[in-house]
Write a protein that binds this ligand. Structure first.
Ligand code: CA
Length: 217
């Protein structure tokens, strides 16, 4: 899952982005509202973490402009704990709100919940046949035993599982699994898919030739 963090305090931006990466997210960063708005409207994110008090364009304005184009889930992060700010953020179209200082574990849990809900998935565990994907622990079990997936492989499985039954294009996978700085050869989706099939069964991921992939039970 790929998220954008828009935050002008360098230390908080760095710590937040780092924590999200360690938890398996692909993370893009923006240090002001202008850069944030550009990235938010240009790329496809699974969620956006948005500070309110930002240079160039403030968080409310950014969110208002974004909502004219996209419904990407947005979690507002703000030092302001006033009810008015919170209500205004939610009214403009934010999906959740976290007041600074916050626990990174809570930010992670809220982001996972936002992404699940946006995919129409209420529970953290997704069952597909004999395979269970646990988005909370980022683990996959097959017939009850833990599958030994790499971080990239897990990210692909999660992405497909959240949209099970639907066609997921290769472009979609590239956009949602790799961040803006990632252009290594290890990005070859086909290679990862082939390795996932070795671990979860060759029919777990079906290929629609020239279109993309599907998982379904
Ligand atoms: Ca700020």
């Amino acid at each position: 899952m790929r998220v954008l963090v828009v935050e002008d305090e360098p230390e908080l931006l760095q710590v937040t982005a780092q924590t999200l990466r360690e938890s398996g997210f692909a993370v893009d960063e923006a240090a002001d509202g202008e850069e944030g708005l550009y990235k938010a409207t240009t790329w496809e994110y699974d969620a956006i973490v948005l500070d309110l008090m930002l240079p160039k364009i403030d968080g409310w304005t950014l969110l208002g402009k974004l909502r004219k184009k996209k419904k990407t889930p947005v979690l507002i992060l703000s030092a302001r704990d006033g009810v008015r700010d919170r209500v205004q953020g939610l009214d403009i179209g934010a999906d959740d709100y976290l007041v600074k200082p916050f626990e990174l574990s809570e930010l992670l849990a809220r982001l996972r919940a936002l992404i699940r809900r946006a995919a129409g998935q209420a529970l953290p565990q997704i069952k597909i046949g004999d395979v269970t994907v646990d988005t909370r622990t980022r683990t996959v079990t097959k017939d009850g035993s833990l599958a030994d997936l790499t971080g990239r492989e897990y990210a692909i499985v999660e992405c497909l599982a959240l949209q099970r039954g639907g066609l997921v294009t290769r472009t979609y996978l590239y956009e949602h699994i790799f961040d803006e700085n990632d252009d290594s050869l290890s990005n070859l989706i086909e290679v990862h898919v082939s390795n996932i099939r070795k671990k979860l069964g060759k029919d777990f991921i079906k290929t629609r030739r020239g279109q993309g992939y599907i998982v379904d039970d």
